[in-house]
Design a protein around this ligand. Structure first.
Ligand code: ADP
Ligand code: MG
Length: 288
């Protein structure tokens, strides 16, 4: 599917974040988590938020999900003001869990079965297809405890996607997985995205993961978070992990890391080391 088709696709799912601020009132002080934050999550595209730890990424996901309301500004989904959670937005957290007493397939069909949103035979057919896409066909009748951590995450993805939400909101869903499992998950998510025309807003603190996924990379400032830069990622699709070795990839990474570094430590004031030395040192670590 090319970019044009994804943008023009008939599905809903465009999010506008306009001048949003969120302050939390404490007993003695107020924490401003995000401030004057504006960006668009384009329909059918993969938007990734990166930024230093504590800059307000989870807050933004909670606001878009409708779990919380902005103190200032507004969030619109396909033009309508977001005031509450809704079935059009599905959130996948790191700690999302399968029902331990249900098999993989029962977990995946649970939502639509309870909501009666599709005829039963359609639900089963679709669940089978999704399990196939995430490589779990042979594990459909196993219980969560019989699956590896990575398989559980894949089953969770299938369970989320069967509901066909207009928007998928993902807050560091792969954090804490070992490197091999994480790469597998990345490949599955790319496959699901590239075959589905769905809008995704994804939060990560891992810059390689961010660039691998993103059509649009949004770099947030240090706390309180606002948009520091928007970097269109002009690598082709389908994306593959071997794109990490491309020159364009390295350029994009350098651009993003330079900004993230500035945000992490303030401006390059000391002048002791060159910017590229610092960026190189910083690349070896996670940015969040
Ligand atoms: P990130 O996900 O980028 O690490 P968060 O959105 O979790 O950042 O947090 C942004 C800031 O808002 C932090 O300073 C955090 O302590 C504060 N914060 C988040 N949620 C709450 C809350 N419910 N009450 C008070 N402060 C909060
Ligand atoms: Mg967070």
């Amino acid at each position: 599917m090319n970019d044009e088709m994804r943008r023009e696709g008939g599905r809903p799912g465009e999010i506008e974040i306009k001048g949003v601020a969120k302050a939390y009132e404490g007993e003695s002080s107020t924490v401003t988590a995000v401030e004057n934050c504006s960006f668009v999550v384009e329909r059918g595209r993969f938007t990734v938020l990166v930024g230093p730890s504590g800059c307000g990424k989870t807050t933004l996901i909670n606001l878009v999900a409708g779990y919380e309301s902005p103190t200032e500004g507004e969030i619109r989904l396909d033009g309508a003001l977001v005031t509450d959670p809704g079935p059009d937005r599905l959130v996948v957290f790191q700690e999302t869990a399968l029902f331990p007493w249900m098999t993989t397939i029962d977990n995946v069909v649970y939502g639509p079965k309870v909501q009666r949103s599709m005829p039963p035979h359609e639900i089963i057919a679709k669940a089978g297809q999704l399990l196939d896409t995430v490589g779990l066909s042979e594990f459909r009748d196993k219980f969560p405890i019989q699956l590896s951590g990575g398989m559980q995450r894949r089953a969770e993805l299938a369970r989320a996607l069967i509901n066909e939400p207009a928007v998928l909101l993902m807050d560091e869903p792969f954090r804490g997985l070992d490197a091999m499992t994480r790469e597998l998950m990345q490949e599955y998510l790319l496959k699901l995205f590239e075959g589905s025309n769905r809008t995704i807003l994804f939060v990560t603190s891992e810059i390689d993961e961010a660039i691998l996924f993103a059509d649009n990379l949004i770099v947030l400032s240090r706390s309180p978070g606002k948009v520091r830069a928007e970097i269109p990622v002009d690598l082709g699709r389908p994306r593959t992990l071997d794109m990490l070795t491309q020159r364009r990839y390295a350029e994009l990474k350098h651009e993003a890391l330079t900004i993230l570094y500035e945000e992490a430590v303030g401006a390059f004031a000391s002048g002791v080391r060159s910017a590229s030395d610092i960026v190189e040192a910083y690349q070896k670590r996670e940015v969040g």
